[in-house]
Design a protein around this ligand. Structure first.
Ligand code: OGA
Ligand code: NI
Length: 322
């Protein structure tokens, strides 16, 4: 029931292993009370924070590729406001084939439903692999979720020993999705460049070499969603994050004006958000917003997050090491 998370401490150059439960196994025991390691302090609990019924903006990507300058301009304004005020939007008609999105969810479900011994073949080491994420000490509070984390691009950085060989189409499907998600990320970055009066390729050139990672998040049903987090509040240390979320179960919430807004699933849409690196590069014009995931009593939930991050420049590494 336990798996070990090995974490690499970059400051000391050492690694440490922690023993953490596999939440899917814990959930399958239908516990009536939760282990203390999951229960948040009273102030922190999801049930203690106000929620709002607003929706996050929806951007129709077709408008950018269509014939009408007027519609393009209108959608551009909506996109700018979304990323400057909310940091999040739902992209529809984004160009990634819908059957590919369904296949991604299918392979993810197949993997998480496979026997524990099979999943533990890909047990997390440092960062990539299967298990709990963000483990830094033995007494920290744990999130109610299991994950599979993979480096997906550039292909030479992939650590194939963490890529499941079952289901048989797992690798090929992730490979196809990587190409599509990268294309969409570049489109969004060029639109956001244009939106602040820069040439479309300005952000892409400024970031230079980027890498993509993917986290498949599996949130089992939880007996007490009011006491725990599926994913603790955080902002993403990325340029952009593109999230494919469950069509049925609501779980993602973003923080706006001190209130938590649930992101209602729109089948076929992708949730795109600004990360810290783009907030900094845009001098704070675009906002990287705090968000979290909550759980449900009777339903599990899946999400697939793709993160675009800047690869450290050679010059920067040299400066630090001299
Ligand atoms: C993440 C994230 C939200 C979700 O993986 O960084 O914010 O709904 N995920 O799973
Ligand atoms: Ni996130």
């Amino acid at each position: 029931m336990f798996n070990s998370a090995t974490v690499f401490d970059t400051s000391k150059g050492t690694s440490k292993t922690f023993s953490v439960p596999v939440d899917q196994e814990l959930a399958s025991q239908h516990l009536h009370s939760l282990p203390q390691r999951y229960i948040r302090s009273e102030k922190e609990r999801p049930s203690a924070c106000p929620t709002s019924h607003l929706d996050i903006p929806i951007i129709d990507m077709d408008m950018f590729w269509g014939e009408s300058d007027f519609c393009r301009q209108k959608e551009m304004e909506k996109l700018g406001i979304a990323c400057q005020q909310c940091g999040f939007f739902q992209a529809v008609n984004h160009g990634i084939p819908l059957p590919l999105l369904d296949r991604m969810k299918g392979i993810m479900r197949d993997f998480f439903q496979s026997p524990l011994e099979e999943k533990l073949k890909y047990e997390v080491q440092e960062r990539d692999g299967y298990g709990q994420a963000f483990i830094a000490s033995d007494d920290q509070k744990l999130d109610w979720a299991d994950r599979l984390f993979l480096t997906i691009s550039p292909p030479e950085n992939r650590k194939m020993k963490f890529w499941p060989s079952k289901p048989v189409d797992f690798r090929e499907t992730v490979d196809q999705y990587t190409v599509e998600v990268e294309k969409l990320g570049n489109t969004v970055l060029s639109l956001l460049s244009e939106n602040v009066g820069l040439t479309p390729d300005c952000f892409i050139n400024m970031f230079g070499k980027v890498s993509q990672t993917m986290r498949m998040n599996y949130y089992p049903p939880c007996p007490r969603p009011d006491l725990v987090f599926g994913l603790s509040p955080h902002s993403d240390a990325t340029i952009l994050t593109m999230l494919l979320q469950d069509d049925e179960t609501v779980g993602l919430q973003i923080c706006k004006d001190g209130k938590w807004i649930p992101v209602q699933p729109i089948p076929g849409a992708l949730v795109i958000s600004i990360g810290d690196m783009l907030e900094v590069t845009s001098n704070g014009i675009y906002k990287s917003i705090e968000h979290r995931a909550v759980t449900s009593t009777d339903r599990d939930r899946i999400s697939i997050a793709c993160f675009t991050v800047q690869v450290r420049k050679q010059k920067w590494v040299l400066l630090l090491s001299s």
